[in-house]
Write a protein that binds this ligand. Structure first.
Ligand code: G4P
Ligand code: NA
Ligand code: NA
Length: 196
């Protein structure tokens, strides 16, 4: 998506360790006009899917998911990062390993808010190694629901997450895929995609 790529070039900050900071418009301050355009784009890309629920994970997925859900006229459920001590039979739970934060945490969704009748669009801000996303897919499957697709704002194409998810046969639409970045020169290489 041209608009998002341009914004990343303008306001994205390249950090050591292949980290792309986008606090100006996505991860701290949020540009709702941009989120609206992203919502419209995903609505087009998933036009052939019957989606009745958007699922994301706290924290930074929630803002995007809420705007996107308006284009599908469906509710948003966000998976919660929990402590094992709070997990009971009322929730689906899975473990997610964060490479960035070097720890394993539990993620839960109440059985009240996801079930076999659900056709889910998963939304998140970043896709890197894909651990968070694989956890969300696991939760949907445990609930007997269907993953209709996944929408990611920024995929780091040089990490393995995108490949793993696409190999599962799931329709994954990342609005910007960063295939390379150089913190010294500020250069960012985007993958060419058929999007507006
Ligand atoms: P993975 O889920 O793809 O395996 O990601 P990983 O564990 O490597 O990343 C941990 C967190 O860092 C995730 O957020 C992920 O979205 C975010 N992240 C990964 N790479 C980048 C990057 O280059 N830039 C930015 N801004 N974020 C990145 P999280 O733990 O779910 O936290 P939250 O921010 O959603 O609360
Ligand atoms: Na996130
Ligand atoms: Na994040």
């Amino acid at each position: 998506m041209k608009l998002l790529e341009e914004r990343i070039r303008k306001d994205g900050i390249l950090k050591e360790g292949n980290v792309l900071k986008v606090d100006n418009f996505l991860n701290h301050q949020m540009d709702i006009e941009l989120f609206n355009e992203m919502g419209k784009e995903w609505k087009k890309l998933f036009a052939d899917k019957n989606i009745n629920k958007v699922l994301t994970i706290e924290a930074s997925g929630i803002g995007i998911a809420c705007i996107v859900a308006q284009y599908f006229n469906v509710p948003v459920v966000f998976a919660k990062k929990a402590q094992s001590i709070n997990i009971d039979g009322e929730v689906y739970s899975t473990k997610i390993e964060s490479f960035t934060h070097k720890k394993v945490y539990d993620v839960i969704v109440s059985k009240k808010y996801i079930g076999p009748e659900d056709h889910v669009l998963i939304i998140d801000d970043f896709l890197a190694n894909g651990c968070a996303l694989q956890g969300l897919i696991q939760l949907v499957e445990d609930a007997g629901a269907t993953v209709e697709g996944i929408g990611i704002a920024i995929e780091k194409g040089f990490q393995q997450g995108g490949k793993i998810i696409r190999n599962k046969g799931i329709k994954l639409e990342s609005l910007a895929i960063v295939d390379g970045m150089n913190p010294e020169t500020g250069e960012i290489i985007f993958r060419k995609q058929k999007q507006s």
